[in-house]
Design a protein around this ligand. Structure first.
Ligand SMILES: C[S@@+](CC[C@H](N)C(=O)[O-])C[C@H]1O[C@@H](n2cnc3c(N)ncnc32)[C@H](O)[C@@H]1O
Length: 223
């Protein structure tokens, strides 16, 4: 009887060095401590379905979370199946930082028609070993905003892309963001006219030290 062995190519994760070499990040990022830490998690993170511009924006979220105080609170509006949530949560490992993942987990009626992905979200977070760092908050973001009472260190907005909804998400939560805290908005580009206009006309003018990582725009709440 012949013995069968697992295919080493299919079962072995790429080496850290190989991942670092192939990661499409700026050289300075790849050589940083955060870059090396990111290369360790990237093979797992890359298996989670999501809608970011990869790997740049995952790295931005990971690095932003790692730079927060050890007990920081992160609020994400729009988690989908957990790609951006995981990038943030990997940046919380070994600390008391925590990600609150707000989503209907059922899309919406104007710009997101994927339904019923809560189980997939939970499975992806568990597979990454991130369950202790993530709390899913199911429901419409504005309903959650109505009873939110926790100070926020990083607010990431990627829920409904309708202009009024983005503005309402911003106003519903920015009042809880600590002075100096970060606000980031995804999909700031002309294709998403509602998000683009909300950022330019309402959100950016209320923030300082604004910048962008491709289509992810960010700034800080003035102290
Ligand atoms: C663009 S996706 C988020 C992508 C995710 N950040 C990622 O990295 O893959 C938008 C998400 O927002 C959620 N969503 C849309 N409208 C919402 C609302 N009013 N309240 C809560 N979540 C909402 C959708 O269910 C969807 O999961």
């Amino acid at each position: 009887m012949s013995q069968t062995y697992p295919d080493p190519v299919a079962t072995t994760q790429p080496s850290l060095l190989a991942t670092l070499r192939t990661l499409a990040l700026p050289r300075s990022a790849r050589l940083s401590r955060d870059g090396v830490a990111f290369a360790r998690i990237w093979p797992d993170l890359a298996t989670v379905p999501g809608l970011l511009i990869s790997p740049l924006q995952e790295f931005w979220l990971f690095q932003a979370a790692r730079a927060l105080p050890n007990t920081a609170t992160i609020v994400e509006i729009g988690s989908f199946k957990g790609r951006s949530t995981s990038a943030l949560a990997y940046g919380c490992r070994g600390t008391e930082r925590h990600v609150y993942a707000l989503d209907t987990f059922d899309g919406n009626d104007n710009d997101f028609d994927t339904r019923g992905f809560r189980a997939e979200f939970d499975a992806n977070i568990a597979r990454g070993g991130l369950t202790d760092y993530v709390t899913a908050v199911p429901g419409r973001s504005l309903e959650t905003a109505a009873h939110w009472d926790r100070p926020i260190d990083l607010l990431f907005i990627d829920g409904s892309h309708d202009f009024d909804d983005v503005v309402a998400d911003f106003h519903g939560f920015v009042r809880h963001v600590r002075p100096g805290g970060l606000v980031a908005v995804h999909d700031v580009l002309p294709t998403w006219e509602g998000v683009d206009r909300a950022w330019r006309e309402v959100i950016a003018p209320e923030l300082i030290a604004t910048g962008n990582c491709a289509t992810l725009a960010y700034g800080r709440v003035p102290s």
